[in-house]
Design a protein around this ligand. Structure first.
Ligand SMILES: Nc1ncnc2c1ncn2[C@@H]1O[C@H](COP(=O)(O)OP(=O)(O)OP(=O)(O)O)[C@@H](O)[C@H]1O
Ligand SMILES: [Mg+2]
Length: 392
């Protein structure tokens, strides 16, 4: 079964497309795809902004992403003759979290929160924080309305689903029982406290024993300071969530033609569907094709064996005339490599077809594996062109 081809330029050129999200499991090419799409969009006249997460160092450098100031900066070397522009930024998770605190609490309280050890560990290591902060930043960028297209890269989650789960998880964390317990003194008035007092002080003394007095105090101060921002977090997460569901959003699931990545891609596709998020297509990245596809793996291997036999029959392989021993070896090795590549290509094709038959309506774009990593604008342009020129 042949898949529907993804029409990338139609998505890019459609002014109603305001957000493109590249998601998928780790290492499949999300950052590369996001940067390539942003660049192509800019060179086709859009005011594009790419939000990257952890780009490889050389790619970051070539896009001018050297300062970690958490705001989009213009990218040099982009052809803006079509009236477009490209900005890019690299997500600084902790900085994003700090900015939220600074924007939503008065200066004293903000300083108190930022200095709190619980805040410091939550903001830099809570599972899901990076995913959450990527959503938060996307919300901010969209809200600023300075770009007409935002291309979002997503964090290298172990599970591709973390990205969608993050706001809810953070909400759950903040609503959690321990947290609620710890906030009792801050929330309840003194009279309520008196009623609760007996039980509460017992609980407090238990917690003090477990956590230590200073830790408990830190946790309480953190949570009560944070409490005022509860609603804000929730509201913004919901706003961003609705933004992702809006028709101006296009999700692209990126996968490598490998069993794990495609399994995860299938799962993601189903999840996006369940969440009513608009899926635009699948990018099958790093596929292997052979330029000499007419020579099959089997014939290639048979030829290699014939050459092996010829080589052993050559009396003196080291000094032999042209066409003897060493040359036979080399030719046989090349034929074997070709056979391996053909087999790899075949395996990848089978995996892709498996995906396509399970999801026949999802448009697919295939990107061939490049001979080297994609680390500069030229490399990104090549990927952008391949993405957009999917022959039917
Ligand atoms: N089509 C391709 N051909 C060759 N190399 C590629 C291709 N696509 C991506 N790469 C390279 O593969 C590596 C991983 O790509 P990338 O960083 O885009 O993946 P990712 O999904 O963002 O990874 P992570 O989950 O770690 O964030 C990079 O070095 C990139 O240059
Ligand atoms: Mg990445």
């Amino acid at each position: 079964m042949s898949a529907v081809k993804l029409d990338m330029d139609r998505i890019i050129d459609d002014r109603r497309t305001r957000i493109i999200v590249c998601c998928g499991s780790g290492g499949v090419g999300k950052t590369t795809a996001a940067a390539a799409i942003g660049l192509r969009a800019a060179e086709r006249g859009r005011q594009a902004c790419v939000l990257t997460v952890d780009p490889a160092r050389r790619l970051a450098q070539s896009m001018g992403l050297t300062s970690l100031d958490n705001t989009p900066r213009p990218v040099d070397g982009v052809d803006t003759s079509g009236g477009g522009s490209l900005h890019a930024m690299m997500l600084d998770m902790k900085r994003t979290f700090d900015e939220i605190v600074e924007a939503h609490a008065d200066p004293d309280r903000a300083a108190q929160i930022l200095a709190n050890p619980f805040y410091q560990s939550l903001s830099s290591s809570f599972a899901g924080t990076q995913e959450y902060m990527a959503m938060e930043k996307l919300g901010q960028l969209r809200h600023a309305d300075e770009w007409d297209l935002i291309v979002v890269d997503t964090p290298p989650s172990r599970s591709a689903l973390d990205f969608l789960d993050a706001p809810e998880r953070l909400g759950r964390f903040l609503d959690g029982r321990l947290i609620r317990l710890l906030t009792v003194p801050a929330r309840a008035g003194m009279s309520y406290m008196k009623v609760l007092n007996a039980g509460f002080s017992m609980m407090t003394s238990v917690l003090t024993k477990i956590l230590g007095a200073q830790v408990l105090k830190d946790a309480q101060t953190f949570v009560s300071a944070f409490d005022t921002m509860f609603g804000g977090f929730r509201e913004r997460a919901e706003w961003t969530y609705r933004l992702l569901q809006a028709p101006g959003t296009a999700f692209l699931v990126v996968a490598a033609p490998e069993p794990d990545a495609l399994r995860e891609a299938s799962y993601f596709v189903e999840r996006l569907d369940a969440e009513r998020m608009p899926l635009a297509g699948l990018i099958l990245n790093r596929v292997h094709v052979s330029p000499a596809a007419r020579l099959s793996a089997a014939r290639s291997l048979a030829a290699a064996e014939t050459l092996d036999m010829a080589a052993t029959e050559t009396p003196d392989p080291h000094d032999g005339p042209a066409g003897s021993g060493p040359r036979y070896d080399l030719a046989a090795a090349v034929l074997r490599m070709h056979a391996e590549r053909m087999n790899l290509g075949k395996r990848e094709r089978r995996l892709a077809e498996h995906f396509t038959s399970a999801h026949p309506a999802i448009p697919v774009a295939e990107v061939v594996a490049q001979p080297e990593d994609v680390h500069d604008l030229d490399g990104l342009r090549v990927i952008g062109t391949i993405l957009s020129q999917q022959s039917p």
